[in-house]
Design a protein around this ligand. Structure first.
Ligand code: SUD
Ligand code: ADP
Length: 331
């Protein structure tokens, strides 16, 4: 008798750092109007989906214990959304190998949602258009379209409207992962509170940063990094000031809180320099752990042996694989 073994589809999706995060006023729908420059980093989650009797989510990796495995997991929500569109039951087992810190301001949940949409499109041979995939992504969260797109991009609206940014070369980063996480809505609320009590400075337009990115020179990019949420994250987690100071004392060109935090991201001059700064920072005892990464990297893409269940080639190059696998390692 012939036994058909279901074949999994595996998708890799990147973390992000906001090189520029200008937060406008609170909109009536509860979101803030943003102008942000997203940058995808070689710190990744791998998500695989395989046909099963019922929908399930399993999570592996250092932070696995604090990630929900029920209907509140963004990958679960993504599966329900795509299945409803395809008119089928979401009968898949989703397994997530987490390399992205949880609640760290690096869009880990968004990466998993993006990866699940891309994986189910391949597993079920849906042939979804890029536009439809982006539409699902925007329904799942403000950061999810960027997790699909990857690279470097300007996000407007609540972050979901994207335009690619020209950036030359790779940039090298050290990430200081914190002991706990910070809730994104709580950080936005704290910024609103700070703005009610005073007038914390607001970032302008990212024009100069775009020019610096096009030049590919990290020494030009460093002083132009900025994040309006940083004041709010520091107000909730004052210890992050020490982390930021330690990063620059360790020789980084510049450091910022990543998105809503508490991860801090430090820009370095080269891959070797990032390894040196990472070693110094890990000895300073100001964070849970340190990672090195580079960017920009591609968005959520099918991995594997070169073929998808429909026999077509995934949109992925050998270069992507070498850089992401190398950078994935712990420091
Ligand atoms: C701050 C940022 C910066 O890229 O990322 P993280 O640092 O959390 O990863 C994003 O704006 C987070 O995006 P994401 O995590 O997808 O947010 P969503 O699920 O859409 O929204 C969660 C909550 O964040 C707040 N929110 C989000 C986006 C936005 N433009 N304005 C907001 O005020 C709202 O309170 C919303 O209810
Ligand atoms: N697949 C997922 N991975 C991580 N967290 C998830 C996931 N799905 C839902 N969550 C929930 O979303 C919260 C925010 O997670 P995450 O996306 O990692 O952080 P951030 O919004 O700071 O980028 C977590 O605390 C967790 O409860």
């Amino acid at each position: 008798m012939l036994t058909v073994v279901p074949r999994p589809v595996s998708v890799r999706a990147p973390a992000k750092v906001n090189l520029h995060l200008a937060v406008g006023d609170l909109r009536p729908d509860g979101y803030h109007e943003l102008t942000t420059v997203f940058h995808a980093l070689s710190l990744v989650d791998d998500v695989s989906v395989v046909a099963a009797e019922t929908l399930s989510v399993s999570v592996y990796g250092d932070d696995a214990g604090i990630v929900p495995t029920d209907h509140t997991n963004l990958a679960w929500k993504a599966a329900e959304l795509v299945a409803a569109h395809a008119g089928r039951r979401p009968a898949v087992a989703i397994s997530i190998d987490k390399g992205i810190p949880v609640a760290g301001g690096m869009a880990g949940g968004s990466a998993d949602a993006a990866a699940t949409v891309v994986a189910l499109d391949a597993l079920w041979n849906l042939g979804l258009s890029r536009e439809k995939i982006m539409d699902f992504a925007a329904q799942l969260g403000s950061d999810v379209p960027f997790s699909v797109a990857g690279g470097t991009a300007v996000g407007t609206g609540r972050g979901e409207k994207l335009l690619p940014v020209l950036s030359r070369n790779s940039f090298h980063w050290v990430l200081a992962l914190a002991k706990g996480g910070l809730s994104t809505p709580a950080v936005y609320r704290e910024l609103d509170r700070l703005r009610e009590r005073g007038t914390p400075p607001r970032l302008g337009a990212p024009d100069e940063l775009m020019q610096a990115l096009a030049s590919g020179d990290p020494a030009r990019v460093g002083p132009l990094l900025g994040n309006d949420l940083q004041a709010a994250a520091l107000s909730l987690e004052p210890g992050l000031r020490r982390t930021l100071r330690a990063g620059t004392e360790a020789g980084a060109i510049a450091g910022i809180v990543s998105g809503s935090g508490p991860t801090c991201a430090f820009l370095c001059a080269s891959a070797d320099h990032a390894v040196e700064v990472g070693a110094e920072l890990s000895g300073a005892g100001v964070c849970r752990t340190v990672r090195v990464a580079s960017g920009p990297v591609p968005g959520a893409r099918v991995r594997g042996d070169g073929t998808r269940p429909d026999g077509r080639h995934p949109d992925r190059t050998a270069t992507d694989r070498t850089s992401t696998d190398r950078d994935r390692g712990h420091h």
